[in-house]
Design a protein around this ligand. Sequence first.
Ligand code: GGG
Length: 356
Amino acid sequence: MTSKPAYRIASIPGDGIGTEVVAAAIQVVEKLAKTLETFQIEFTHIPWGTAYYKQNGRYVPEDCLDILRKFDAGLFGAVGAPDVPDHISLWGLLLAIRGPLQLYANVRPVRTFPGTKCPLNTATDGIDWLLVRENSEGEYSGQGGRSHIGQPWEAATEVAMFTRVGIERIMRFAFETAQSRPKKQLTVVTKSNSMRNGMVLWDEVAAQVARGFPDVKWDKMLVDAMTVRMVANPQSIDTIVGTNLHMDILSDLAAALAGSIGVAPSSNLDPTRKNPSLFEPVHGSAFDITGKGIANPVATFWSAAEMLSWVGEKDAAAKLMLCVENVCSAGILTPDLGGTANTQGVVDAVIAEIEK
Ligand code: GGG
């Protein structure tokens, strides 16, 4: 008798609705594992977030990376609270993990999802894009400083640091990803007209890496022009790669164009698989609806499906997505999508689909 694979998952709900959507996802994934009986999964709760920060003076313990390395993957919710500056919470938690664990590829699939209304005129087939965000350096290098604080001539610098090795590895990942998709098409986004150092290095490395992928059609685009193309000519796009900041912005735009940020998933991957990867909804902690029980859990369900697929459970991931899509197609939607269901109502409906 062969034993079932067993996965250990770090569950880090974080702040605000992060706690609600991660709890929702754990319910459906545990139900999926119990029903399919092909794998085992164990979630371990990790309490890092703003409450932990207020108690301990830091968002994560000193040995947080060692703690995470004991798991096969992580499922994260959201970070951010109304009474803590956003740069403290983001750097305290998410950025304290992504960079040091070298989760350098942030993958954000975006497609028109059942139940969402795509605001674009995209003929019949809607949007189906895959955004690849460089996740370890660039504008998020944390380099810079402030001087003459409080003076009229106060100054601040924010240095974007790009390395050849960092660009090369994300570019290779993006070309491989584009190659695995039916259209085999990649757009490299930069701002290499005005940013004449790092962005020019991006262009050079893109051209170099492209030589190894003759079957991938690729083009490059300035980020400002890309926003126009996403709205005006969505069918001309397939896979997109860009810097940490550019893709953070473009992926929010993409999610809104596809219908809602409430369904948008995100994978922080270490493609070398030396470290556990971290999966999270694109949305933040949404304190305006925290505690009301109406947060949309679909982005976290989709992120959990991406996590199952990454650890090797592709059939389970496909089954989960099918169940979620059936529920959305049936009109069981949270208020952000125009529905009247609450979070637990969506969970119950997905569980009922899994049991069918
Ligand atoms: N679940 C995602 C989350 O909490 N995001 C907070 C945020 O501000 N993220 C910015 C980023 O991903 O760079």
